[in-house]
Write a protein that binds this ligand. Structure first.
Ligand code: URA
Length: 226
């Protein structure tokens, strides 16, 4: 009987695994993970960060203390994208450091990852006053920063947190209920939408579907690894 496509893929992956193991046994210390070797990403990202610190592209510049650019591993395979900084993030200049951030850290750890290994950013880099929803023109002004970050980091999976991030990157107005639980493609990168951790703090009922999304994220990520 002809082998199925799945069997063939498994066989190829098995051979690739054997080949890589043999390379390690021969003393090869590393292999580039992605297309092309990513040298200098940390420096480039930091230079980009510095160039944003005085941004005046929208009205949010007036009320902010800091531009909350993003944090984590510049070579991360997984990028989490939230909505906008809150009060604590604005004070510290780091995304997701308040109550929602502590939950996000636990979510990341629940699928066997470390927060330091991923990269975390927001659609909007400056705190909207009183934590109101970002407005359309603010998103439009800020989105190019996120796009550039994605181009620099080249993640293999993006996990969007909440409707603003999913709707912005997927250019849709679909509800979270319809977007979550699926794998989309953003410029060839897998994109998995899930609920925002702040929403989970308000609505216990969204924790289970979020856990399903996190497991999906882990499976999709594992599928990109040897
Ligand atoms: N909520 C977000 O969407 N981003 C943060 O950085 C903090 C809270």
């Amino acid at each position: 009987m002809e082998p199925s496509v799945e069997q063939e893929v498994r066989e190829i992956l098995g051979l690739a695994r054997q080949y890589l193991k043999a390379q390690v046994d021969l003393g090869v210390g590393w292999v580039p993970r992605k297309e092309g070797v990513q040298t200098g990403v940390a420096d480039d990202l930091e230079a980009f960060h510095q160039s944003t610190l005085d941004c005046q592209q929208c009205r949010l510049a007036q009320g902010r203390r800091t531009v909350v650019f993003g944090s984590g591993n510049p070579n991360a395979d997984i990028l989490f994208v939230g909505e906008a900084p809150g009060a604590e993030e604005d004070r510290q200049g780091v995304p997701f450091v308040g109550a929602a951030g502590r939950l996000l850290t636990r979510m990341i750890e629940s699928i066997g990852l470390k927060r330091e290994a991923v990269y975390i950013a927001n659609v909007i880099k400056c705190r909207p006053p009183g934590n109101r929803d970002p407005q359309r023109d603010e998103i439009e002004a800020c989105e190019p920063y996120l796009i550039r970050q994605i181009e620099m980091i080249q993640p293999v999976v993006i996990c969007t947190l909440g409707r603003f991030a999913a709707q912005t990157l997927l250019q849709t107005t679909e509800s979270m209920g319809r977007l979550r639980g699926k794998v989309f493609s953003y410029r060839g990168i897998k994109l998995i939408p899930t609920y925002h951790p702040a929403a989970l703090l308000r609505n216990e009922g969204w924790k289970r579907p979020t856990w399903e999304d996190l497991k999906l994220l882990r499976r999709e990520y594992d599928g990109t690894q040897f």
